[in-house]
Write a protein that binds this ligand. Structure first.
Ligand code: PHE
Length: 392
C-alpha cells in the first residue's frame, strides 16, 4: 500500500488499535518525507523555473490544503482516532507537521539553490567534481549520508547579541583613543567593591537588600568600579583603561531592571588630568556613538569614589533635542555617572594623589543598547528568544 493509500484509511481500517503501534506508523511517514526531500535536493534543478516547479510539486504532495497527505492524515487518522489513541496520534502528527516545515516552498528552493551553489556543477546525471567527472549514481543519492560529493546542510549561523554588539562598539571607540581593556572578577570582595572605593560602612548600597552577598566578606560585584582599584594596583600610573562586564544588584526583574546587567567602566589617570579632559573625552565618545550632531550635558551628582561627580546626558539623537517618545519628551537621554577620582581611591590603588589625578565613568551597556535599538524591555536581552535575537 502506498503512503497516499494509507493516509486515506482510518487507523481501524489499517488494523491499528493499539497505541504502541502508532509511532512505527508515523516513523515510516517521516522517513518517506525525508527521503523524498533529500532525493529532490540531490537531484538538483538547473533553472529557477525548474526549482519552483519541483519545490511546489513536493510541497503540494505533502502539504496541499485539500489533497496533501497531511490533510488526509488529519481527517482519517487524527480526527477519527478512537479516544484512547488521540494523545499519541496527536503527538506524532505534530512532530510530522514540524518536520514538514522543511517542505515549504521557499525552504526547498533555498536548499536547492544552496546545493547548486556549493556543489560542483550538476549536468546530465554527471556531477563534475574539482578532480574530474564522477558518475552520478542514483543509488548513492538515495543514501545521502554515503555520498561525499553532496554538500552538507547549511545550519543557521546565529548573530551577535545586541549587548555584545554595543559593548564592542563602545570598546572600539576607546581602543582608538589608546585605552586598553581590563577585566576583574564578578565574585568580588567587600573590600574592592566598597571599602577601597571610599564607600563608607553605613552607605545604603552596602545593604543586603541592594547588594547580593555570597558571605559577609564577598559579594557579586554591584558595579564594575572595583576594577579601577585592581587595575591601579596591577599597573600603576599612568593608566587608561575601560572595564566592561557583568554586575549584579538585588533588583526584581522588570522592564528596566535586571539582577544581572552589564556595565562599562572608564578610568584615566595621569599627571595633570582635569575635569576638562573628562568632558572632552565623554563628549567625543557621545558624538562617536550617537552621531556628530548630539550635544552633551553635565549635571552635578554624587558618588563616594569621585569628587566632584557628575551625570551626563546627551541631546536626544532621534529628535535632535526637540522632545519625542524615545526621550520621554525631555529632549535629553541620561547616559552615565562620572567624576574626578577621589584621592582616597587613588591611595587605595597605590597611586600618589599629590602627583596624579584622574577621571572615571560608569555606564550601563544594556541601557545603551536599549536606547540605540529602541528596545523597551531589558528582559528581552536575557530570555534567549530567537525571534528577538535574529533581528540583530
Ligand atoms: N559605579 C557607579 C554606578 O554603578 C558609576 C560610576 C563609575 C560613577 C565611575 C562615577 C565613576 O552607578
Amino acid at each position: 500500500m502506498t503512503i497516499e493509500e494509507k493516509s486515506r484509511k482510518t487507523l481501524a481500517e489499517l488494523g491499528v488499535a493499539d497505541a504502541a503501534a502508532v509511532p512505527a506508523l508515523f516513523a515510516e511517514l517521516r522517513e518517506a518525507m525525508q527521503r523524498e526531500r533529500e532525493e529532490l535536493i540531490a537531484r538538483g534543478a538547473g533553472s529557477e523555473a525548474e526549482r519552483q516547479q519541483l519545490a511546489k510539486a513536493l510541497r503540494d504532495r505533502w502539504l496541499g490544503r485539500k489533497n496533501g497527505i497531511l490533510a488526509y492524515l488529519d481527517e482519517s487518522w487524527l480526527k477519527s482516532a478512537p479516544k484512547d489513541l488521540k494523545p499519541v496520534v496527536g503527538r506524532e502528527f505534530n512532530q510530522l507537521r514540524q518536520l514538514a516545515r522543511e517542505l515549504e516552498i521557499d525552504r526547498l528552493i533555498r536548499d536547492l539553490t544552496i546545493r547548486l551553489e556549493e556543489s560542483p556543477s550538476v549536468k546530465g546525471g554527471i556531477v563534475k567534481s574539482v578532480g574530474g567527472a564522477i558518475p552520478w549514481d542514483a543509488k548513492v543519492n538515495v543514501r545521502i549520508g554515503a555520498s561525499l560529493t553532496l554538500p552538507g546542510y547549511r545550519r543557521p549561523l546565529g548573530s551577535i547579541h545586541p549587548v555584545t554588539r554595543v559593548q564592542r562598539e563602545i570598546e572600539d571607540i576607546f581602543l582608538n583613543l589608546g585605552f586598553t581593556i581590563e577585566t576583574g572578577p564578578e565574585i568580588e570582595s567587600v573590600y574592592y567593591n566598597f571599602d577601597a572605593l571610599n564607600i563608607l560602612e553605613n552607605h545604603p548600597s552596602r545593604d543586603d537588600w541592594d547588594t547580593i552577598y555570597v558571605d559577609a566578606q564577598t559579594v557579586l560585584r554591584s558595579h564594575t568600579s572595583p576594577v579601577q582599584i585592581r587595575a591601579m594596583q596591577k599597573r600603576g600610573a599612568p593608566l587608561y583603561i575601560i572595564a566592561p562586564g557583568k554586575s549584579y544588584r538585588r533588583d526584581n526583574p522588570d522592564a528596566t531592571h535586571s539582577p544581572m546587567f552589564h556595565q562599562l567602566e572608564g578610568l584615566a589617570i595621569d599627571t595633570d588630568i582635569t575635569f576638562a579632559d573628562l568632558k572632552g573625552t565623554l563628549d567625543f565618545f557621545a558624538k562617536k556613538f550617537f552621531g556628530e550632531k548630539v550635544r552633551t550635558r553635565f549635571n552635578p551628582s554624587f558618588f563616594p569614589f569621585t569628587e566632584p561627580s557628575g551625570e551626563v546626558a546627551v541631546s536626544c539623537p532621534f529628535c535632535d533635542g526637540q522632545g519625542c517618545r524615545r526621550c520621554k519628551q525631555s529632549g535629553w537621554i541620561e547616559l552615565l555617572g562620572c567624576g574626578m577620582v577621589h584621592p582616597e581611591v587613588l591611595r587605595h590603588g597605590g597611586i600618589d594623589p599629590e602627583r596624579y589625578s584622574g577621571w572615571a565613568f560608569g555606564l550601563g551597556i544594556d541601557r545603551f543598547a536599549m536606547v540605540k535599538y529602541d528596545i523597551n524591555d531589558i528582559q528581552l536581552f536575557f530570555q534567549g528568544d530567537v525571534r528577538f535575537l535574529e533581528q540583530f
